[in-house]
Each structure stands twice: as C-alpha cells, then as structure tokens.
Design a protein around this ligand. Sequence first.
Ligand SMILES: NC(=O)c1ccc[n+]([C@@H]2O[C@H](COP(=O)([O-])OP(=O)(O)OC[C@H]3O[C@@H](n4cnc5c(N)ncnc54)[C@H](O)[C@@H]3O)[C@@H](O)[C@H]2O)c1
Ligand SMILES: [Zn+2]
Length: 386
Amino acid sequence: MENKLVAVELNESAHQYEIKIGHDLLDQSGIWAKKCLSANTKKIVIVSNAKIFRLYGAIVQNSLEKSGFDVSIWLMKDGEKHKNLRSAETLLKFLSTNQITRTDAVVGLGGGVVGDLAGFAAAVFQRGIAFLQIPTTFLAMIDSSVGGKTAVNTEFGKNLIGSFHQPNGVLIDVSVLQTLEKREITAGFCEAVKQGAIADQRLFDQTAEFLKSYPVKNFKKFHSQPDFIKDLCSLIAAQVSFKAQIVQGDEKENSARSDGKSRKILNFGHTLAHALEKVTEYKYFKHGEAVGYGIIFAAELSKRLDIFDNNELNLLCDVVHRAGELPSTKSINLEQVFAAFKHDKKTVGQSLQWILLESIGKPKIVTDRDISNSTVQQTLEKVLHS
Ligand SMILES: NC(=O)c1ccc[n+]([C@@H]2O[C@H](COP(=O)([O-])OP(=O)(O)OC[C@H]3O[C@@H](n4cnc5c(N)ncnc54)[C@H](O)[C@@H]3O)[C@@H](O)[C@H]2O)c1
Ligand SMILES: [Zn+2]
C-alpha cells in the first residue's frame, strides 16, 4: 500500500515539512530522518517513556543508527503529571551532557505528553534545535504532532509554559495503534469528531463512516485487514490536512481573530473539557473523553441559542457516541464546573469565548456576554446529569 504524504507550508515562520502516513514505517525511521534533517545532523536524542520505548524503541533506534546517526535515549515517566518543568530541566541537562549541538536533533516517540515535552526542550535548547515527531497515540497522530505547539504544565494549569516550534517532519505509523488501550482510541476519536465537526461535511462524514465501518470496540482485530489500514491512513491524512490548513492560516493563534478559520476554532468542545478535567483533578477523564462531552455541550448550547439545527445536533451526538463509551458524569458537581468556567474567564482577562456551531463545518465564536448564565446551567444539567 502506498504511503500518504501531507505537506505543511508555514509562511509566518517560513518553514515547511512533511507528514508521512503509512503502515510498518518505523524501520524506515533512519531514511526518513535523513530526508527531514540537515546533512550536518550527527546526533539524535530519542525522547520517549519506558512503556513505549519497550514496544517500539529498538526498531526506531536501530533504523536511525543504520542511517549513521549517533543515537542516545532519554525516557520520561509516563503520564500528564510528568509533563512539567522538572522533566524538561532533566531533559535539557541530558542534551547538554551529551554535547548536543545546534545542528543535532530531538525525536519525540510517544503520545502528546512525550511530544509536547520533547518539542518544548527542542524549542528552548540553544534557542531551538531540529525536532521530529513519531506520534504513537491516535490523538497525537491527528492533533498534537501537527501544528508546532509545545508546552509543559505548571501547578497553575495545563500548557501554561511553552513555545511554538514546528517539527522538521512527522512520521505516522498506524501499526503502533494495535497496542493502544481502547480508552485512548476513544479519546483520540473524540478529537477526530471535533475536527470533523468544525471542518466541513466531508471530513465529518468520513470520520462518522469510519466509525460505523470499524467499531472502536473491535479496533485491534481490524488491523489485519488491508481495507482498514487504507481507510485509517486516509482518515488520518484528511484529519492532519485540515489541522495543517488551519495552522497555516493562523500559525501563532492570533488572539485578535475571532473568525471561523482562526486557530481558536480547534478549541471547539474544549471549554467544558478543561473544566471537567479541572474539577476531577485531571484523574478521571482522558482529555479526549472530556472533549467528547465538550462537543455535545457546545452543540446543545448552539441549539438552545437557535443557531444550530436539532437534526444536526442529534447526528453529531450519535457520532460522538460511536467513538466509544465515555465515563459517567452523573456525580460531577455542576456548580464546580460552572465556577471553573468563571475561573477560565479570570485568567484570560477578558470575556470567555465559546466556540459554537451554526452547522457542521461552520463554527462561530460567541462571547459569554451573549449567553445567559441560566442557559449555560440548564445545558450543563441536560448534558451531564440527564
Ligand atoms: N501540542 C498540541 O497541539 C496538543 C494538542 C492536543 C493535545 N496535546 C497534549 O497531548 C497530551 C495528550 O496526549 P495523548 O492523548 O497522546 O496521551 P499520552 O501521551 O499520555 O498517551 C496516553 C497513554 O498511552 C500510552 N501509549 C502511547 N502510545 C502507545 C502505544 N502505541 N501503545 C501503547 N501505549 C501507548 C502512553 O504511555 C500513555 O500511557 C496532553 O498533554 C495534551 O495537552 C497537545
Ligand atoms: Zn484537545
């Protein structure tokens, strides 16, 4: 089967790179890295975690070494709570100790947590060195590995310290999804439904059809079917093309923009998602699962404001549910969720902007001045408690 290539061209940073998508690609990591990096690159540091490295590290390392790179490995602890400044500092010290220079490179082999931390270190080490992404979760493949946002969390909130640092290439090997837990697949598909909903009818239908043909509960079984691999690669290519197109038009997320093509629209479903994650101390939901509820909430709110059609709402909710079972929200305290919105507002220092929908493919940014508290509260009640 042929690999898919998506080109990303960024005017603002005058940078371009390719996203390569296919099956069983990890053993070509070396040849691929050679194409993406400058001829002067000698050393590569693979950033990963022990679980992922045990599964896929040797094949990537061997391939890079075969292509002549001097490879060293730095493993972080698994989990969101380790995406912090302390881990970043340890990694930066490792880069210094290993005498990594400005022409060397970092490869992030893992999900969004590894990718964000590795990218952050690559962004700030000697004011920026080359960075390659090999995403291993579905969420990282369609979302976090594309777009150049890198970050770490602080005690004050998620992703509060970071930098825009575009990768020099992204290698997506869908065969690694065979070992991913079902909840992580569901979380990734919630983000895919989110992107479909704000992109256009075509991407939305492609995502919905994929989930109908290949139910998430049997995801692992399908990996032996060539049609599944072909459809999965096509879906990922369509998803990353959409994300790349938005990023190309608004690379650094211009805060003054509020149009339907601004990078902000990628936050569709995220206001509630962040509040749900916060009130459950980032322990109960996978991020994408919280986005699943966020999509339903934003769509329901759009309908209550009479800007979104009821049939489209039902269809969208149906597709979110196809992504898999979401954790119950029956015991979530709605007042705390509402207060978390208000906190968000305070930290932004301006009114909260809701990303709503006028139709599939037509997002609309509405400030909370135009939405009554009671409408928000009733919508919360319906989406989380009924
Ligand atoms: N930079 C961006 O634009 C952007 C966008 C969206 C999300 N993010 C960030 O991404 C992070 C979430 O990423 P995630 O959902 O990939 O979670 P994650 O990186 O925590 O990975 C989820 C779990 O799956 C494991 N895993 C990864 N690949 C595996 C594989 N192939 N087989 C078996 N296990 C595997 C990981 O070790 C981890 O336990 C968050 O920190 C979020 O802020 C960043
Ligand atoms: Zn997200």
